[in-house]
Design a protein around this ligand. Structure first.
Ligand code: HEM
Ligand SMILES: *[C@@H]1O[C@H](CO)[C@@H](O)[C@H](O)[C@H]1NC(C)=O
Length: 323
């Protein structure tokens, strides 16, 4: 028996074990390997994500946020990737929460073409987003987890649905919790996933309502003056600041310290302090080494299980539905 056969048997056995513990969801860990559809898919995506994110960590932040914005609208179905077209002039991509701030689309395009070169027509763009977000979490946070796959790409994408489904920076905890609950996600998920605000950037426009005309009393005053310096009232629309001024490119628990210090950028960040349950979780995440990393991994898997219509296809290119 050759090494290759032995390897296949090992993959096969581990697949049986995973199937044995499978839940109701139709997604499976190592789906493309176990089903022998495209065993190399996850490795190929990882290689492309590494190339981009090692050069520009901000793109890793973009990919993690892209996964969130995809999953919250119609489930994780790559609906966020569709470009405007004559048949659909106003897709999710053009909605205010996505445009122009969402980034990393070129990483997904490249990962998709790299995968298509090896296994054409079988790996969904929705799974590529999920893999890319997972790989970004590893690169930026040494956070590693297996993400179930087998998603389909949707054919529907409406900008109007984005504002209704996604939390906004001015939302309070009640609204944020309700929007997560509508997706089947818990308060634990809210607190764990919010830790993603330990990386990446924000446009000034997402929080200047907390700086002018007066500094929001829920924000640390010194931090407010600091942000005023970065975001003057007449700042150009493309002005940005880093989310976490302490460890800007590390996906880590610094976010929870920042929020405790009232140095989160958004009112929604501060609002985690407004209930006993979230304040206590926040404190746990802030002080317990390894807790954020473990819970973030779990919650990313939970978010990846948000189901859409169940209708879909494997897109040939991620920016357009198949014709
Ligand atoms: C809890 C409710 C949330 C609200 C209100 C919120 C809001 C925002 C806003 C306004 C920005 C700045 C966008 C800009 O102006 O450029 C942002 C950035 C970001 N968000 Fe959230 N977010 C939330 C939850 C999440 C979740 C669940 C994740 C992912 C797990 C996430 C990941 C990120 C990342 C990584 C960035 C930086 C993006 C970049 O650098 O390109 N956020 N968020
Ligand atoms: C990364 O995480 C693993 C455990 O998942 C740990 O053993 C390792 O030391 C970590 N590496 C770094 C550089 O923190």
């Amino acid at each position: 028996m050759g090494a290759r056969n032995a390897f296949q048997i090992i993959v096969f056995l581990s697949c049986i074990l995973i199937f044995g513990t499978m839940s109701a969801t139709s997604l499976e860990v190592d789906y493309y390997k176990c089903k022998q559809i495209c065993p190399q898919a996850e490795e190929i995506v990882k290689g492309v994500v590494y190339n981009y994110v090692s050069k520009e960590p901000g793109l890793g932040a973009g990919l993690i946020r892209m996964f969130f914005h995809d999953c919250f609208v119609r489930g994780c179905d790559a609906s966020v990737l569709l470009d405007p077209s004559i048949l659909n002039p106003n897709p999710e991509k053009l909605a205010v929460p996505n445009n122009p701030s969402l980034r990393g689309f070129e990483v997904i395009d490249d990962a998709k073409s790299a995968v298509e070169n090896v296994c054409p027509g079988v790996v969904s763009c929705a799974d590529i987003i999920a893999f890319a977000a997972r790989d970004a979490a590893f690169i930026l946070g040494n956070i590693s987890y297996k993400i179930p796959s087998g998603r389909l790409d949707g054919r529907v994408s409406n900008a109007d649905e984005v504002r209704k489904a996604l939390p906004a920076p001015f939302h309070d905890l009640t609204v944020v919790k309700a929007l997560f609950a509508a997706q089947g996600l818990s308060t634990n998920d809210v607190v764990a996933l919010s830790g993603a605000h330990s990386i990446g950037r924000s446009h000034c426009s997402s929080f200047t309502n907390r700086l002018y005309p007066t500094i929001d009393p829920t924000m640390d005053e010194g931090f407010g003056y600091f942000l005023r310096g970065k975001c003057p009232e007449n700042a150009p629309v493309d002005s940005v600041v880093t989310q976490d001024f302490v460890t800007p490119t590390e996906l880590d628990s610094q976010y929870y310290q920042n929020v405790a210090d009232r140095k989160g950028l958004f009112f929604s960040d501060w609002s985690l302090l407004t209930s006993g349950e979230t304040a206590s979780l926040l404190n746990d995440f802030r002080i317990t080494p390894g807790l954020f990393e473990a819970k973030f991994a779990e919650s990313m898997v939970n978010m990846g299980n948000i189901a859409g219509s169940g209708q879909g296809e494997i897109r040939r290119i991620c920016r357009a539905v198949n014709y």
